[in-house]
Write a protein that binds this ligand. Structure first.
Ligand SMILES: *Cc1c(COP(=O)(O)O)cnc(C)c1O
Length: 378
């Protein structure tokens, strides 16, 4: 039963917003063509540079959801007819493939079993077969399956080739300590309502020096060259998502005050704890090599994932179901924006849901397994 607290979000986007950030978001709107906003905007850019560990000005914020920046990457760094490889191991991999095709690229789909992580050698073999391949499109954290793709190894592999590594890090940037420059990532994309713990409506696109040389704007709204020019001066080409920019500044301060190494380590421990908890209940962690931003769970013994999700929702705990062909097979618990102790709420709701669905479990099993794993954090 729900009482006073509304629904709690343990969904991989949107995620709950830290109180400090909600306070900033609730303020009266400020005009964007003012010295005050310009100063805030430039400070946000400086903080973002620290987040990605690079002094480069090659990045922009777009007033769009994450997909906007994915489309911008295709439009600005590739031409019609360019050959690219899209790693398709989930719903968001499919999105890369569809976006590329929509803009006239020759997309070679590298199909990966949903829940698996791509073997970097398969990418390398494919590129050797297609030496004219201009880019590899991939997710770092495939949120639909919970799988982690090893983009760091791919970065090493592609550094010496004329192939751009384009990484959708919408559930990774803000969770992992990512250093695109030293990892050899060419385009790195983030999204506000995921790891950045903001409302939806803002995306971030970082790009390497060699990508810059390829820029050609096929889009009017998503023109990277126009935006970079304006944004480095503290302005934006069009009206920016003002509250989200101010919120982003606050989020970046929070993340950088903790330190991205510690942020990543904390998420890693929480994710390990949740996996232990899931196994302690006799359920399965779905992906073989899971991301630390969320855990995709496959109930076994004839349990329906949707039934579990709905029981949890009755208790006020919202987790996400499976998407596409995984609908009904898995549910997904997000760790983004959740403090370690609060994950206990999701796990106890999971225990209760299973019990209500007739599974013989001892209450406290998952919570206990989780707490044992994360106790050093607390
Ligand atoms: C959520 C998500 C997207 C899409 O972002 P929108 O904000 O819904 O446009 C793309 N890729 C991944 C990995 C995501 O998790």
């Amino acid at each position: 039963m729900k009482m006073f607290r509304g629904e709690r979000l343990f969904t991989p986007g949107p995620v709950e917003i830290p109180d400090r950030v909600r306070e900033v978001l609730s303020r009266q709107i400020v005009h964007h063509r003012t010295p005050e906003f310009r100063e805030a905007f430039l400070e946000t850019r400086e903080l973002f540079k620290r987040l990605v560990g690079s002094q480069s000005d090659n990045f922009v914020f777009f007033a769009s959801s994450g997909t906007g920046s994915m489309e911008a990457a295709i439009q600005n760094f590739f031409s019609s007819g360019d050959k690219v490889v899209a790693v398709v191991g989930g719903k968001f991999g499919e999105r890369w493939s569809q976006l590329g095709k929509r803009w006239g690229l020759e997309v070679i789909d590298l199909e990966v079993e949903w829940g698996d992580s791509v073997d970097p050698n398969r990418v390398e073999d494919l590129i050797k077969k297609h030496p004219d391949c201009r880019g590899v499109l991939i997710q770092m954290s495939e949120s639909s399956t919970g799988a982690y793709h090893d983009v760091k190894t791919l970065g090493e592999m592609l550094k010496e080739r004329d192939t751009l590594l384009v990484v959708d890090a919408i559930t990774a940037l803000g969770v992992y300590n990512i250093n695109p420059e030293s990892w050899g990532i060419d385009v790195l994309i983030g999204g506000s309502q995921k790891a950045f713990m903001l409302p939806p409506g803002l995306s971030m696109l970082w790009f390497s020096q060699r990508s810059k040389e390829r820029i050609q704007s096929r889009s009017y709204y998503f023109s990277v060259s126009e935006e970079v020019k304006r944004q480095t001066e503290g302005q934006t080409a069009w009206t920016p998502a003002v509250p989200l920019i101010l919120g982003l500044r606050e989020v970046l301060k929070i993340l950088l005050d903790i330190g991205m190494d510690r942020v990543e380590q904390t998420y890693r421990t929480v994710a390990e704890g949740v996996r232990e908890a899931v196994r302690s209940l006799g359920l399965k962690v779905f992906p073989k090599n899971p991301t630390i931003s969320l855990t995709a769970v496959e109930p076994v013994e004839g349990l329906d994932a949707e039934a579990v999700r709905k029981e949890m929702l009755k208790l006020g705990v919202r987790v996400a179901g499976g998407q596409g062909k995984l609908k009904g097979r898995i549910f997904r618990i997000s760790h983004m924006g959740v403090d370690p102790i609060d994950t206990v709420v999701a796990l106890s709701a999971l225990e209760m849901a299973l019990k209500k669905l007739g599974k013989d479990i001892k209450l406290g099993t998952a919570v206990g397994a989780y707490m044992e794993t994360v106790s050093d954090l607390l």
